[in-house]
Ligand binder design. Structure first.
Ligand code: ASP
Length: 294
């Protein structure tokens, strides 16, 4: 039996309401269409979310991959994670400095190691060993001089400029997957790692639900993160919508803000946020494509 398919994307909860996001909207709109066609053609949820996040990492439009914010040493440290809900297997890398597409390295960790997360030099060496594209001059590759998201975000009052990209999908076989990638917080202390690469916090997928989070990583960690949403549904019988709202309320209680995208095995999707906005897009076999920022 063929299931409904759904793709949802986010380009981060770090949004400046005064900025023009026309390019981002066009990019999200084209990308969500492409992903929807991939799923319609029988691609797996896992391959589709990896593709979506790698495209966003390469675009230079978000704080992930190209466009990432440097830390207090002027170095870009990237974090990413991916999870296959059907196999309940995940992979991630964190504080990686010269991996061009961090989500590809996360997928390699999932497929080719018994581990969930590789950090720093070990993550860089692993990506090189797996033959992934490496960057010879990370600062000029990742930090974009014009139109840098993080530069714009510096104008915000909260003092924490940040951004992330993520994708969740349900494929025609009824399987779920999630992928999330970030350059983290602008000016973060070298070595700081947030929620994004930590399976169960910034990223989670099982047989019931796939979730990708964005926002102040420390608050998501305190709040329990993406798996807390899944647990609220499993143990407390909450609806997808209530579970998403409860997680964000908990994030707020820990003085953070942000948002998430989640898709349930029934095809239901939520994209809540308690920040000024969240770049987001959704499409599916029974969902008309929608793109929004604020
Ligand atoms: N969650 C990311 C982090 O804390 C940042 C973001 O989503 O904007 O590293």
């Amino acid at each position: 039996m063929s299931h409904d398919h759904v793709i949802a994307l986010h380009g981060g909860a770090g949004v400046n309401p005064e900025r023009d996001y026309a390019k981002v909207e066009t990019h999200l709109s084209e990308l969500v269409d492409r992903c929807e066609q991939m799923l319609a053609g029988g691609e797996t949820a896992l391959d589709t979310v990896e593709f979506a996040v790698a495209e966003m990492e390469d675009s230079g439009l978000y704080v992930a991959g190209r466009g990432s914010a440097p830390n207090d040493q002027g170095v870009v440290e990237c974090d990413a994670a991916i999870m296959d809900g059907a196999r309940l297997r995940a992979g991630g890398i964190c504080a990686a400095v010269d991996v061009a597409q961090p989500i590809r390295a996360a997928r390699e960790v999932l497929e080719n190691t018994p581990y969930v997360l590789l950090a720093g030099d070990g993550a860089n060496a692993f990506a090189r060993e797996r033959g992934l594209e490496m960057v010879s001059d990370p600062v000029s590759h990742f930090v974009l001089p014009v139109g840098v998201e993080a530069e714009e975000l510096l104008k915000l009052d909260d003092g924490l400029a940040h951004g992330t990209v993520g994708a969740v999908a349900l494929d025609r076989n009824g399987q779920l997957a999630s992928a999330t990638s970030t350059g983290g917080l602008l000016g973060k202390r070298a070595g700081r790692v947030g929620d994004t690469p930590i399976t169960g916090i910034g990223n989670w997928a099982d047989e019931e639900v796939a979730v990708s989070c964005t926002g102040i990583g420390e608050a998501f960690i305190y709040a329990g993160g993406a798996r807390d949403l899944a647990s609220r549904m499993a143990y407390a019988g909450q609806s997808l919508e209530d579970a998403g709202a409860s997680l964000l309320a908990e994030v707020a209680r820990h003085r953070g803000d942000g948002g998430l995208i989640a898709v349930h095995r029934t095809g239901e999707v939520i994209m809540p946020f308690n920040s000024a906005g969240m770049k987001r897009a959704v499409a599916g076999s029974r969902i008309t494509r929608a793109v929004a920022i604020l």
